[in-house]
Write a protein that binds this ligand. Structure first.
Ligand code: ADP
Ligand code: MG
Length: 505
């Protein structure tokens, strides 16, 4: 296990790519958000009391029989279709024999030679907009394992030398998507890796078949990397970095493995086919276990489950339910909204496409919708330690708020206050403005009085304005706002000042 110690120094990424061509392969596991588990009626829920969502099927008790979750099968078919795969007319489950301390049955029910979906592809968009096609080998259904907590090292129980097992996750439906070997990515290999996993995450989210939260392990990636000398066509030996669960980590793990392989190969060594673990703190990988060949698992068809037969009609019904592909939707919205690349990227990163789309649908301009969601709502969300989309502010509220500004009833500053009152549960923007009497003071009497007071108290400013420095009027707006509790119309203030001094505006 001290192989890392004896590994030669990794080459720099640039050096590595001068000598070698990377080949990649990804196995992405997607946890489905079905109500119950893959083969039992136990709840599929995250974060519950350990071992509370477990029944006799999950525990593999003698005499129990699994039943396939129909919703999970539909999710798999939809995902297969979204990945441009062929859907099997008939497919079976298989037992993958293995000693899993976190899986009481001691085999994983998976699919082997008969996956439900196969031979697809996915076009992923790289940072510069270029499209890279990734070929999909297969997408198959299986079940998740339970979760081990090593009591001592996890810090749960000081000095403990045992592990705790939580079977809540045992039997949670998974779809594993396996790519064909990816060649031709060259120096963009890490970028392709991130773009691919990100595209899968977007698709399962759009399909609503998974919560798609990588930090919870809903989407996790095993990244296979090998190198071959430039110009060669025979693939090198791969390493498989397991369960990488953030986009950044996927990118870094691929980068590191390319550098590590190159270091080993350039020093005349050979790569061991093994699994590896990603180490976030050092941004390196460490050796796991020597990789079994499929033979070792003694796969055989699951005798307790009947084959799944798909009909043309069923598949077409599901196909008709597919959402617009996320990448196409982004292209469409980017064009329609006319944002700059940077603006659009920020909106996507903030997860606000839906909110802005709905705000625009309900009548706001794309610029106004972006201003509120990326500006004030993001700020408020930040202060409340949540995401803007989670604040519970309806797009219609933003449209209403903006209308109040456009009608001259409130100014921007008051509007921001109204939003806070709204978040505190005071009702719609219109109601808040009426109840709190926030309408802009534009009736000339009150405003003129406030302006006169400000001018009297700031003779130096008045002198400047008289001398032609119209910009100095800004210094009077503050005091007027104070006097009117922020409800003055700044344009009007300026107009009154100019009138008083007999200056042409
Ligand atoms: P396993 O479960 O044993 O890891 P899979 O076939 O499920 O095997 O997944 C292996 C992944 O690695 C696939 O994405 C495959 O395309 C990819 N792959 C296979 N050979 C290589 C190689 N030499 N270099 C990089 N990736 C590879
Ligand atoms: Mg694998």
């Amino acid at each position: 296990m001290n192989e890392t110690l004896t590994d030669p120094q990794p080459l720099s990424f640039e050096e590595a790519l001068k000598k070698y061509e990377p080949v990649l392969g990804f196995e992405v596991h997607v946890e489905l958000n079905t109500v119950s588990k893959m083969f039992s009626s136990a709840p599929n829920a995250f974060g519950d009391e350990p071992n509370s969502n477990v029944n006799e099927v999950d525990l593999g008790l003698p005499g129990t029989l699994p039943v396939v979750n129909g919703r999970a099968v539909e999710s798999a078919i939809k995902l297969g279709l979204a990945l441009n795969c062929s859907i099997a007319e008939s497919c079976r489950f298989a037992r993958k024999q293995y000693f899993y301390p976190d899986t009481p049955k001691n085999w994983q029910t998976s699919q082997y030679d008969e996956p439900i979906a196969y031979d697809g592809w996915l076009d992923v968009e790289l940072d510069d907009g270029e499209i890279f096609r990734v070929e999909i080998e297969r997408a198959h259904m299986e079940e998740d394992a339970g979760k081990l907590t090593h009591a001592g090292t996890s810090g749960r129980i000081q000095g403990a030398d045992y592990s705790l097992v939580d079977y809540n996750r045992a039997g949670v439906p998974l779809i594993e998507i396996v790519t064909k070997p990816i060649t031709g990515a060259g120096e963009r290999a890490p970028e392709v890796a991130r773009a691919y996993v990100s595209a899968i995450r977007d698709i399962v989210k759009a399909l609503k078949i998974s919560d798609a939260r990588m930090e919870r392990g809903n989407v996790r990636c095993d990244a296979n990397v090998s190198l071959m000398p430039k110009g060669a066509s025979r693939f090198g030996t791969r390493s498989e970095t397991k369960n990488v669960n953030s986009l950044r980590a996927v990118e870094h793990a691929v980068t590191y493995e390319i550098r590590r392989h190159a270091g080993v190969l350039a020093a005349g060594g050979s790569i061991v086919q093994e699994t590896r673990h990603w180490q976030e703190t050092s941004r390196t990988t460490s050796p796991g276990r020597i990789k079994s060949d499929a033979d070792d698992y003694r796969y055989f068809p699951e005798p307790d489950l009947v084959p799944i037969v798909t009909t043309e009609e069923w598949i077409e019904t599901l196909r008709a339910e597919l959402p617009e592909p996320p990448a196409e939707r982004r292209r469409r919205l980017r064009e329609a909204w006319g944002y700059s690349d940077a603006e659009f990227r920020d909106v996507v990163a903030a997860g606000l496409l839906d909110e802005i789309e709905q705000t625009v649908e309900q009548g706001a301009s794309p610029a106004v919708a972006r201003k509120w969601w990326m500006g004030e709502l993001s700020r408020l969300a930040n202060a409340r330690e949540t995401a803007p989309a989670e604040l519970g502010v309806e797009p219609a509220t933003i449209v209403e708020l903006n209308q109040l500004i456009e009608d001259g009833k409130i100014n921007d500053k008051i509007a921001r206050q109204v939003l806070e009152y709204h978040l505190d549960g005071e009702g719609s923007p219109g109601q808040i403005v009426a109840q709190r009497g926030l309408e802009v003071v534009s009736d000339d009497g009150a405003l003129t009085a406030a302006v006169e007071k400000a001018m009297a108290e700031n003779p130096d400013v008045v002198e400047k304005v008289k001398g032609g420095k119209l910009k100095a009027i800004g210094a009077l707006i503050g005091p007027v706002m104070k006097e009117t509790k922020g409800q003055a119309d700044a344009g009007k203030v300026r107009q009154i000042v100019l009138e008083k001094l007999g200056i042409e505006g």
